[in-house]
Design a protein around this ligand. Structure first.
Ligand code: AMP
Length: 615
């Protein structure tokens, strides 16, 4: 396992020569592992399997200590989370025997993907933190090839931790980034000009999202002239920060003017950390006040942080819906997507970070895990039918190809085997091969399999949506009304975005149904959706109240006529359960009779339903 290149001189100071030398080392590392991708993959698999020779899962399938690809592929099944759930539950309940991995499970990472409405639990091991750090350490040397001088300023990144829970067996369960920010890899990182952030770690580690956001913005504004890049993990998070500023800039200016911190910030460690940076600066307060009170927020990022060269946020996949808002706030600064990762494994990086967001492609770094690819046909991608993922048949299993064997232009579902004990695990992402860096393929992120609706990190699939709608529509039966057809879309025209459902009803007497009945339906849908959605509504407030728009009778027939006029086949036509195409949304909106919003927030608690919460 190659070490993450270090950037310290012996004295602990960073000097230009060392930065350059380190960048070169990183670039050489990327050259080497991509040139030798197949051999690296062979080694990775052999290393994982020899270390795990004694684990129950591999013994169950009779791998018998073999470490070669052929035997592995012959005997080990390709699985989904549901297949692993019984094993994962044993670990969560305290079984410490080597079930999936020979090394001790250090914690669970709670994925934003869900199973039965709850976040998926991904077991992980201590050494994976090193692998994640390695991937992070590649990003800035790549970026510096395109934009020099990034080591001379700071990054204003809005980073947050989320609440943790404990499994019945005593393991911590938390999101992967919370785990990373709380680790010594992040907290005690060496002096490095590329990880020099405006936010002190105490502000990032504060669980209260108001205090964390406020203090990070205050520090970012106070150091505005040092900032050369800004960002968050996802585009939605960065926009949330700008909207927070829109609401709270006058308080922030007061703090900059007086050199004190608002009394709503009560966390002592946050107050201490901020007060080490903040000093009274009336001139800066006047400047920020003047910019924020101008009325228009167009270009606010470049106005307040004039040295900013780019915005570092993920805008691929469903996050592309936020590109227009980011362009507006930044006067079209480059939007840079640096990496592609998940709770299961960190996958790859963007070697051409200044490219257009629609062209972003990620190069898989071959030593992160062992990767396989299941070909996906366009037909699979488009089927409107509601189905749970099914087990692969023998023919499909044989179609899985290795990293270096994928074909340009072809779509694949990603399958990983990790050091932490996932074997041939279907991640659920669909990727398209867009090119190669040496022997390592590069991929466009196409979509998350089955996901129909997403505003923030929520990923609602068709089955969940269908069940939630069914639960709500049942309430109409007592009014002699029933749901004829429905579809949905993620409305992000205002922030926070919200789910919209279009409902066509069969109603005997519409005067019998009070608006509160439909509001209750909105609420029932929300209560029935997964815990990541409800967390976004309740805790993060990153998702607005769900809306039902009742449409005139015959609307869904018109929708079908429209699809047929665009070339769909009448035999295969199925009502899409989510719509994205603007003319269709316009058509639906033109037929709305009435609309209703969820009147309250759904229930949500940290951790799985049956666990106690830690924080
Ligand atoms: P989680 O398991 O909650 O960490 O979420 C990981 C998932 O987020 C991935 O499997 C992808 O579906 C999505 N994701 C991560 N990075 C990117 C990216 N750069 N572009 C688009 N989607 C991403």
């Amino acid at each position: 396992m190659p070490e993450a290149p270090k950037i310290l001189s012996d004295s602990g100071d960073c000097i230009d020569g060392i930065v350059v030398e380190n960048n070169n080392k990183v670039l050489k590392f990327i050259e080497d592992v991509t040139a030798d991708a197949d051999e690296v993959q062979r080694r990775v698999l052999s290393e994982i399997l020899s270390r795990s020779a004694n684990v129950e899962y591999l013994q169950r399938y009779g791998l018998n200590g073999c470490t070669d690809r052929e035997t592995f592929k012959k005997v080990i099944p390709v699985v989904t989370y549901e297949d692993l759930k019984p094993d994962i539950e044993r670990i969560a309940n305290g079984d410490t025997s080597p079930i999936l991995c020979s090394q001790p499970i250090s914690e669970f990472l709670t994925s934003s993907g869900t199973s039965a409405g709850e976040r998926k639990l991904m077991p992980t091991i201590e050494e994976e933190l090193g692998r994640r750090s390695l991937l992070y350490s590649l990003l800035m040397p790549v970026m510096s090839q395109f934009l020099p001088g990034l080591d001379k300023g700071k990054g204003m990144y809005f980073l947050f931790v989320k609440s943790e829970a404990k499994t019945p067996g005593g393991l911590v369960a938390r999101p992967v980034l919370t785990s990373y920010y709380k680790s010594s890899h992040f907290k005690n990182r060496p002096n490095d000009p590329y990880t020099n952030y405006t936010s002190p770690k105490e502000t990032i580690l504060c669980l209260d999202s108001y205090q964390s956001m406020y203090s990070q913005l205050l520090c970012g504004l106070f150091q505005n002239e040092d900032v050369v890049r800004v960002g968050a993990v996802f585009a939605s998070g960065f926009i949330r920060a700008i909207q927070f500023l829109e609401k709270h800039w006058s308080l922030l200016c007061k703090d900059i003017r007086t050199g004190t911190i608002d009394s709503k910030i009560t966390d002592p460690s946050v107050r201490d950390a901020v007060m080490k940076i903040l000093k009274s600066n009336p001139k800066l307060a006047d400047f920020v006040e003047a910019e924020c009170s101008k009325g228009s927020w167009k270009g606010i990022i470049t106005r307040l942080w004039p040295e900013t060269k780019y915005i570092d946020v993920i805008v691929t996949g469903t996050m592309s819906q936020y590109i227009p808002a980011l362009d507006y706030y930044s006067n079209a600064l480059p939007l840079v997507c640096t990496m592609y990762a998940s709770s299961e494994c960190y996958f790859g990086i963007n070697l051409n970070p200044l490219c257009n967001p629609s062209e972003v492609s990620y190069t898989i770094i071959p030593n992160m895990a062992y990767f396989e690819f299941l070909p996906v046909t366009r037909k699979d991608e488009l089927t409107g039918s509601i189905s749970e993922p099914t087990a692969l048949n023998d023919k499909e299993k044989q179609q899985l190809v290795d990293l270096v064997d994928v074909k340009l232009g072809q779509d694949y579902e990603l399958v990983v085997t990790t050091y932490a004990g996932l074997y041939r695990y279907r991640v659920g992402d669909i990727l398209r091969v867009s090119g190669f860096k040496n022997k390592a393929p590069q991929f466009n992120f196409i979509c998350r399999k089955n996901v129909v609706l997403s505003i923030d990190s929520d990923k609602t699939d068709e089955v969940e949506l269908q069940n939630a709608v069914k639960n709500a529509a049942n309430q109409l039966l007592q009014y002699e009304a029933s749901l004829v057809e429905y579809t949905s879309y993620a409305d992000t025209s205002a922030i926070p975005g919200h789910y919209v459902l279009f409902w066509e009803l069969s109603v005997k007497d519409s005067t019998l149904i009070a608006p509160s009945v439909f509001e209750d339906c909105c609420f029932t849908v929300e209560e029935s959706l997964n815990s990541v959605y409800r967390q976004g509504r309740v805790c993060d407030k990153s998702i607005g109240p769900l809306e039902i728009r009742v449409v005139q009778n015959g609307t869904f027939d018109m929708l079908m006529d429209f699809a047929l006029s665009q070339g769909s086949s009448i035999n295969q036509y199925k009502t899409p359960r989510c719509v994205k195409y603007a003319p269709i949304i316009e058509l639906l909106n033109s037929r709305v009779i009435s609309s209703y919003f969820s009147p309250k927030r759904p229930r949500w608690t940290a951790g799985h339903k049956q666990w106690c919460t830690q924080n």
